[in-house]
Ligand binder design. Structure first.
Ligand code: ZN
Ligand code: ZN
Ligand code: ZN
Length: 360
């Protein structure tokens, strides 16, 4: 008998409430993990998310607060899409009289919703502010926005770690079953995948130069980490950070495809980062108003199935060749998901293409 149990209905209702909630009074500091969501280690693919029981289409699976986030908008002074710098807020700071810019004029991209957010973020931003004043302009002009954004996100991770905002208070209650506890805070960041060996030499050499020039263990950062550990952190951040877009990423292939819109931020999420990629994902993801990453099942997910997201906008990269080229250049792997495998040309076709003369 196919019936929806009250428990499922309650869970779907919880999803709906979360997704439609806009009140600021709800608690933005909490992550939420579905009781059936597990992480495990696959012998080939490494870490992955799975469900221990069947999940219904539309169920909320994960709401994860960022460990660190940065805004990535043009013209921040006029934009409605700049994220509040308070790492406990991460909302888009409304363009009102309440919005606060940095009194030290570090960069225009640093804003807070109001004086409360500014005050709360003071201990962390003071360190970041000195770094931005010293390096932001020269990094931007010498290396461009991409490297600046990457380094700034690393500095946000390092300053959050230094101030110790997350580590003690954000741990999810441990689970006693299957050892499926999700790490939180800095411990989770340290266990993300990605190492210098997984990146091309020229990239690693470039990042090493940036670390030596801008991320040394002295003032203002004084992070207390070895250069090699900071380099390893960049390798993990580059493999795991999320772009923040206004609309969902990973709409199921059978649904009408919607462009996800213009990127307004980038963030690192301790648990959401565990999800692997599929070109036919069973999860769609989107940031909520607090910059938390929200995972929702886009179809029924049977017990034991891996939960995957799409790492890119599937409506923009459609053909197998385009998808593979994009994943290879941006994420360093050849996608072997079920959709890619099914779309691979039969091996004879490859041969005929390679030896056109044989067709004559
Ligand atoms: Zn705020
Ligand atoms: Zn500042
Ligand atoms: Zn694929």
């Amino acid at each position: 008998m196919q019936s929806t149990s009250p428990a499922v209905e309650q869970r779907l209702q919880a999803t709906k409430e979360h997704l439609t909630r806009t009140a600021i009074s709800s608690s933005p500091e909490a992550s939420w993990i579905h009781p059936y969501l597990r992480h495990s280690v696959h012998p080939v693919k490494g870490r992955q998310l799975q469900v221990s029981q069947t999940i219904k289409k539309g169920e909320l699976l994960l709401v994860d607060i960022p460990y660190a986030a940065i805004p990535t908008v043009d013209e921040p002074l006029r934009s409605e899409n700049v994220l509040c710098s308070n790492s406990r807020c991460n909302r888009k700071a409304p363009l009102t009289a309440e919005r606060v810019s940095c009194p030290n004029n570090c960069i225009a991209d640093v804003v807070w919703c109001n004086e409360d957010c500014h005050r709360m973020d003071q201990p962390r931003h003071t360190i970041e502010c000195a770094w931005l004043k010293k390096f932001a302009a020269s990094i931007r002009s010498k290396w461009g926005e991409y490297d600046f954004g990457m380094l700034w996100l690393i500095v946000r991770i390092l300053t959050t770690r230094t101030v110790g905002m997350r580590d003690t208070q954000r741990a999810c209650p441990p689970r006693d079953d299957q050892g499926a506890e999700f790490k939180a805070g800095w411990a989770a960041i340290e266990s993300l995948c990605g190492s210098p060996e997984s990146w091309p030499h020229d990239k690693v050499r470039h990042w090493t130069a940036l670390v030596k020039k801008y991320l040394k263990d002295n003032m203002p950062l004084a992070h207390g980490m070895a250069m090699s550990d900071v380099l390893a952190l960049i390798c993990r951040e580059e493999a795991n950070s999320f772009g923040l877009y206004p609309r969902e990423t990973g709409t199921s292939v059978s649904e009408p495809q919607m462009v996800r819109g213009e990127q307004f931020g980038a963030a690192v999420y301790p648990r959401a980062a565990i999800a692997n990629h599929s070109c036919d994902p069973n999860i769609k993801h989107k940031p909520d108003i607090y910059g938390r990453m929200v995972f929702v099942a886009s179809r029924d997910i049977p017990q034991g199935e891996e939960c995957c997201i799409s790492y890119f906008d599937l409506s923009q990269c459609v053909d197998l060749k385009d998808r593979r080229a994009h994943l290879q250049s941006s994420f360093r792997f050849v996608c072997g998901c079920l959709r890619c495998t099914a779309e691979e040309p039969p091996s004879e076709d490859v041969l005929w293409d390679a030896f056109p003369l044989l067709e004559e």
